[in-house]
Every structure is written in structure tokens, then in C-alpha cells.
Write a protein that binds this ligand. Sequence first.
Ligand code: ARG
Length: 281
Amino acid sequence: MSTNLQDSPMTEHPVRTPIKRTVLMCKPEYFTVVYRINPWMNPALPTDTSLAVSQWQALYDIYIELGFDVHLIDPIDGLPDMVYAANGGFVIDNKAYGASFTYPERQPEGPAYMDWFRDNGFEVHAPREINEGEGDFLLVGDVILAGTGFRSDSNSHEELAAISGREVITLKLVNPSFYHLDTAIAVLDDTNIAYLRSAFDAASLDILEARYPDAIIATESDAAILGLNSYSDGYNVVIASRATDFERQLRERGYNPIGVDLSELLLGGGGVKCCTLELRR
Ligand code: ARG
């Protein structure tokens, strides 16, 4: 892996510093598409579970190579979306705010993830409100950006604010293809994000422009393969290998994009970030 920051000598940017991450993942041993709860899913199309596993394994291997501490939750037969660990909760200061899923097909995942958090020493906060964890909650420095419109109820934003003691900023998603906030915003470090403008309503765009004037603006074509659904340690940014414009913009700003192909998991409507739940002790 290159640590050379001289790739784009014309561009001035701060030195990017990687921070070791601790994450939770779930091997897609039971991955398939048998229901449709987002526009990416089509139960009529075949899926290849062993390909999903090998693509997921490549992501896991990258995280290990980056020095991350990767924890695993056992997959459960009959919960094909459990691979999208990001939806299993939101964890901060050793507190785990549990998920309460929108659609019945995924609802058993909430308790399964809460059991894992409890068994691994986290203080579990069972949710009162509908929310899909880090799918809709993204920590950027001290604030939590929170999505609503398709999945998480905006009441869950207040619930998380009370539990976490953090400022929670509500953003409204308007395009069903970008139904979770982590499909429309990528967090790069404590102060920088990338986002897809067309995924948000006008009021949310005003907030994003005011707070993040230097944000990377993603192209429609990169977003259309869930290119924003990426995971950064502050320097290394693991992204969909086909998100070539995002890759270029990251390089220009001194990040180190690392491409991975999760085409099979895209059939369920998820990418890199969806497979990754950050654990913050
Ligand atoms: N099939 C899953 C669903 O629609 C995909 C979840 C993707 N996860 C994410 N963090 N965006 O719920």
C-alpha cells in the first residue's frame, strides 16, 4: 500500500492520517434476494452466494491489511440481509443503540445484533423508534448526520441525540434508490464528506452546503453503483472499484482510495459501508 502523498502535486491538501478502526461484519453465508424492499433488489434475478462470500472476503482482507480490528457476528439462516451489518445499530462511547427495522423481513436482525452487542460488553439501548442504525446515522466529528424519508423515522433522531449526547442533524432523502443515508453520503474523516446532491431535499442541501462547503460532490454515475457507500479510516478510503470519478477526487485531496468489487452484494442494494458497522468504545 502506498503512503506517498505526492500523487497530485498540483493540489494542496492537509496530510491525511489513518486512524485504526474497530468494525463488525457478517459473512454473507445466507445471502440471496428473495424479497424486494429497495429498488436494487429483484427476486427474479439469480444470486450467487459463494461469489457474495468471496467478494465479502476480499473486503474483510482489506480491512485486516489496514490493521483494523474486525469482529464477526454469526449469520442467521433466513436473514439474507444480515450481511449489511451497518444496519444493525449505532455504537458510540460503548453505547449501542439498537436497530428497529422498517420492513418485517429484516425485523429479527434487530434483537440478533443487540444480543451481540450485549455479549461483547456494550451498553445496549433498545430502540423505541424505527431506525436502521448506521445505514441512516453517520458520525462526522462531533455531530451525527441522520437520514429519514425511506427507513429511519425522524423520531429516532431525537432518541439517538438523548442517548449519545451528540448533536443530531436531520437530512431528508428523496430518491428511493438512495434510501439510506450511507448510500448518499460518504464520511471521509472528522470534517470532510462526499455526497450526492440529487439524493436530498432543498432544506437538507442548504444544511450540507453550509456545514461542508468543501465537500466532494459525487457524480450520478458513481452514485448509481453505490460508489458513495464507502468506508474511510481518515486516509485509506475503501470504495467500489467502478466509482472512478470518486476515486480521482479522493486522490486529488490526498486520500488513498482502495477499490473493491462487491457486485453481488449490490443485488441486495448494498456496498462497502453497508457491510461495515463501526464499533466505538
Ligand atoms: N437489502 C437491504 C435493505 O434494503 C440493503 C441494506 C443496505 N445497507 C445500507 N447500510 N445501506 O435493507
